[in-house]
Design a protein around this ligand. Structure first.
Ligand SMILES: Nc1ncnc2c1ncn2[C@@H]1O[C@H](COP(=O)(O)OP(=O)(O)OP(=O)(O)O)[C@@H](O)[C@H]1O
Ligand SMILES: [Mg+2]
Length: 463
């Protein structure tokens, strides 16, 4: 009795918990990772759009605004120079002659101011704007008054006006514009700082994002590993259950065959033996020349033939010889029978010092040989096979070899003969190998079945 059969008694087999494929978890991991990547891509795009906006709207605008401010300052300088010349006593022209130049500068200033106002709309306060336009308006009023004085021939009063009003006003305007220029510069620095800040922020977010992605990947991998481990455990359990089922089937088959074989041998055998002896006795009471005597003799012979058939069928189903005389005798009887029935030449060799083989172990060895010989005659195409039974000091070995077409042991072969052979070997605690011969030997191909049963599993104790 094998230990593994005892481990799994009938009725306590567990149905393993329904296994879920890890696909859902893996999809989830993939979706989380993808969402994280997309979200980060969107975030980065937004941040960079912000940087671009800052750059084009603030920095570029600031720069163009500063250009207009410089143009205004340039106009102020021209005005300043003109007024200095007007005050110069050595100047040959009358003051009114400057009015055209003033007019031109006035127009240019208006144009520059108009553009500047558009560019600085957001940056400048309304107070600053009002101050600039009011101061300018006052300056032009004063200039108009000065030219009016000059045209009316009051040149000295006009010069006084320049000195006392126009020049200080122009100086104030100049410093206001300088302040605006400084302000623009500061704005630019601020924007640069802000851009640097955005880059810093993006960089920090990048670390967060990488950590999140890494976490998602680690979580998914851990989940995958766990799911794999569960699936492998499940497969191992299924395999153990399958093996257990096969071994139970083998035991059940063996006990059924043994039962039928005994019934055939004992019941039918005895009935037929009794019929035979009754017929013999009846025959003695009838004269030999009577036709009935011949008929009785024929029936007696038929009964005898049937009895022999039943005996051999009984042996074939379950060799009683195994139990009564041991494995060696059973093989001595079985091998010539197969030779006769299947028409293959079997070369049987025994070697080593025989030891008695336990009945259950003998049955398994016998069945393995039976299946191996069946396969030789059904699949190999060979007409010869070699059987070697070796009693070694520590094991019993059985070797069955044919030089037929051979086969590559591929998974998914049809039939359960090889599977049953393996299960029987496992029940025995033996090792079994089925290999294809081939290559350099003189027999190019063929199949070899090799069974090795450790002596302590094979040997009968206390018999
Ligand atoms: N001695 C052999 N020579 C050539 N091929 C073999 C030999 N033994 C087995 N095979 C190949 O291995 C396959 C599996 O053998 P197995 O005994 O498991 O199944 P089977 O004999 O086809 O069916 P079953 O034994 O269940 O009646 C066979 O179909 C055959 O192709
Ligand atoms: Mg087979």
């Amino acid at each position: 009795m094998s230990a593994s059969a005892a481990l799994y008694p009938f009725g306590v087999e567990r149905t393993p918990a329904a296994q879920r494929a890890p696909t859902r978890g893996l999809y989830l991991g993939l979706v989380v990772t993808l969402i994280a990547v997309l979200a980060y891509a969107a975030y980065i795009t937004l941040q960079f759009a912000g940087v671009r906006k800052l750059q084009s709207e603030m920095v570029d605008r600031n720069r163009r605004d500063s250009l207009q401010l410089l143009r205004i300052q340039n106009d102020f300088n021209s005005l300043g120079l003109a007024m200095r010349d007007m005050l110069d006593a050595g100047e040959p022209y009358p003051l009114a002659a400057w009015s055209a130049q003033f007019e031109r500068i006035h127009n240019d200033l208006d144009a520059a101011l108009e553009q500047e106002e558009k560019l600085s709309e957001a940056a400048r306060t309304s107070d600053q704007r009002r101050y600039l336009s009011q101061s300018l308006a006052q300056f032009w009023d004063a200039a108009d008054r000065m030219f009016a004085l000059a045209t009316s021939g009051n040149e000295n009063a006009a010069r006084e006006q320049i000195r006392d009003t126009l020049q200080p006003r122009l100086a104030a305007l100049g410093s206001a514009v300088s302040r605006l220029l400084i302000q623009n510069n500061e704005g630019e620095e601020l924007a640069t700082a802000r851009i640097a800040e955005i880059y810093d922020h993006v960089q920090r977010q990048l670390y967060f994002f990488l950590a999140a992605i890494l976490l998602a990947i680690i979580a998914t991998s851990l989940y995958l590993i766990r799911a794999n481990r569960r699936i492998f455990a499940h497969v191992a359990e299924l395999s153990a259950q399958r093996s257990e089922l096969a071994q139970k089937l083998i035991s059940a088959q063996e006990s059924t065959l043994r039962h039928i074989s005994r019934e055939l041998h004992d019941e039918f055998g005895q009935v037929l033996t009794a019929i035979g002896s009754m017929l013999r006795r009846a025959g003695k009471q009838i004269p030999e020349e009577s036709p009935l005597h011949a008929d009785l003799r024929e029936v007696q012979e038929t009964a005898q033939a049937t009895l022999e058939n039943i005996r051999s069928l009984s042996q074939a189903l379950h060799p009683v010889l195994l139990e009564e005389a041991g494995l060696e005798s059973a093989l001595d009887w079985y091998i010539p029978t197969v030779e006769r029935q299947n028409g293959i030449a079997l070369h049987y060799e025994k070697s080593g010092a025989p030891f008695p083989v336990e009945t259950n172990a003998g049955v398994q060895v016998y069945r393995i040989l039976q299946e191996a010989l069946n396969n030789v005659s059904r699949h190999s195409g060979a007409k010869e096979a070699w059987i070697r039974l070796r009693f070694e000091s520590d094991a019993l070995e059985l070797n069955v070899e044919d030089h037929g077409k051979g086969f590559q042991p591929v998974n998914g072969q049809t039939g359960i003969g090889l599977v049953a052979m393996r299960e029987r070997a496992e029940l025995l605690g033996a090792s079994l190998s089925v290999s294809s011969l081939g290559g350099t030997e003189q027999a190019a191909t063929g199949t070899r079945v090799h069974l090795r049963v450790p002596r302590e599993k094979a040997e009968a104790h206390g018999e």
